[in-house]
Design a protein around this ligand. Structure first.
Ligand SMILES: *Cc1c(COP(=O)(O)O)cnc(C)c1O
Length: 444
């Protein structure tokens, strides 16, 4: 048995699992603890704070109340917890083999949200959004999706609660990323390439340019128009809004317990940031500990250099969509007409950033970094080859920042405890890895 290294004993626990009873019973609302209140969204015409009445045109009242909720804790309804139990609590692991590959004294932990049926964190909010709509009497949901992660998550959630799901998918992804479109079909949703012939806005854009490839901003405008023109239909958004960030806090709450099981506290917490929701999910419960218990974690949002809203955008009121139909939100933005270059992390191509994440950055509670694509795939591949899981290109942004920090720890000869959110797996992004491996990925 020469192949068996008898000196090697599995000396440490590396996987920290909670039981079903540990699925959080409440979501955490950072708005209750911000040292300065979050600026209100404004009506684009009157420039006055938006009223709940205005928002109930497209969202059900129960979710509008959550969007504006001042309470620190919001109860997770039991039917939502029951569905969360299909994959939650998600595991938290120590990436010992990545540490060895990097020869770093840093301890690297990750929370794995790719364990969900749709393969990412997005179902954490799709399920409660479908639930609250069902309770409010909604029959049909309209939404947009970029690369398809959000559309797939909402398709599943709608099916589980008996709602129709109508998805506007950015045309370039609809054509180039067929598998998530197929996921949506499998879960029973209707999917249109956007711009589409289903809306006035889509028809106008197609008349101007039949080859228009679409963008997330355009697809949002189409989904909102669909909502306004169909009975019993509401709109659903997969990131950016307060209630979405709220729902994602199950990630950070579980992580805090799991880090306690590991007997360590993170020095730095990382999450990739597109609209900001998975980052909010892991970060906000740790920010609460910063504010309430005086902890001094560093909390880092990692974004693509090609769409750098936090690191190069302006903090100001801007629209959430291209057609200027949403309320104005105070956020770091590249401008609502910004057309991000096509990068492989489709989920990070949004012109703005969640107002709550933007506010946290403004108040100095978090920091932001931008990373280039080539570094992202280098880190994602290293992670796959040491830990096994192939990360989504979005999630690999967080890994790239972690790798950099682990190397800095090695150079400084310092032990640091690093924690990141692995927001999803990359099993439907293999063509991007293939491009990287054949040297075809460039920085834009
Ligand atoms: C959609 C997506 C993101 C980006 O969205 P956020 O709202 O910023 O979290 C990140 N990772 C994965 C795997 C995604 O699907």
């Amino acid at each position: 048995m020469a192949w068996l290294n008898t000196n090697h004993v599995m000396s440490q626990t590396t996987r920290f699992t909670l039981s079903q009873a540990d699925i959080p019973r409440q979501w955490y609302n950072l708005n209750a603890d911000f040292p300065e209140p979050l600026p209100m969204p404004l009506h684009p015409g009157t420039k006055q704070p938006v009223t709940p009445e205005l928002m109930t045109a497209i969202f059900p009242e129960n979710l509008v109340m959550q969007e504006m909720c001042p309470d620190r804790w919001v109860e997770v309804p039991e039917p939502v917890r029951d569905i969360y139990a299909l994959w939650r609590p998600t595991p938290l692991l120590r990436a010992v083999r990545l540490e060895q590959a990097l020869q770093t004294p840093a301890h690297i932990y990750y929370k794995y949200e790719g364990a969900s049926p749709a393969g990412s964190h997005k179902v954490n909010t799709a399920i409660p959004q479908a639930y609250f709509n069902k309770v409010a009497g909604t029959k049909r949901l309209a939404t947009e999706t970029g690369a398809g992660q959000w559309g797939a998550s909402l398709a599943l959630a709608c099916k589980l609660f008996g709602l129709e799901c109508n998805v506007y998918m950015v045309k370039v992804s609809y054509q180039q990323k067929p598998y998530r479109r197929m996921l949506m079909h499998t879960w029973g949703a209707t999917v249109h390439p956007s711009p589409s012939d289903q809306t006035n806005y889509g028809r106008k854009l197609l008349a101007e340019d039949p080859d228009c490839q679409g963008s997330l901003g355009i697809a949002i405008s189409e989904a909102i128009e669909d909502t306004a023109t169909h009975p019993d239909t509401k709109y659903s958004l997969g990131s950016v809004l307060n209630h979405v960030c709220l729902h994602q806090t199950v990630i950070g709450q579980e992580s805090i317990k799991q880090m306690e099981m590991a007997g360590e506290e993170p020095d730095v917490v990382f999450g990739c940031a597109g609209g900001g929701s998975n980052f909010a999910g892991i970060a906000f419960p740790f920010i609460q500990k910063k504010i309430k218990e005086g902890k001094n974690y560093r909390i880092v949002a990692v974004e693509p250099s090609a769409c750098p809203s936090l690191t190069e955008g302006e903090l100001r009121y801007d629209f959430g969509d291209t057609a200027e139909t949403t309320p104005l939100m105070m956020m770091y933005t590249l401008g609502h007409k910004f057309m991000p270059p096509s990068i492989h992390a489709g989920g990070l191509r949004y012109h703005g950033m969640a107002p709550m994440v933007s506010h946290a950055l403004k108040l100095g509670l978090i920091e932001a970094q931008a990373v280039h694509q080539t570094k992202v795939f280098e880190a994602g591949t290293l992670f796959a080859r040491s830990e096994g899981i192939i990360p989504a290109p979005e999630s690999a942004h967080a890994i790239a920042a972690v790798v950099q920090e682990a190397i800095a720890a090695r150079e400084a000869g310092k032990k640091r405890v690093l924690l990141f959110n692995l927001s999803g797996h990359g099993l439907l992004d293999l063509s991007s890895y293939e491009s990287y491996l054949s040297g075809k990925i460039q920085d834009v």
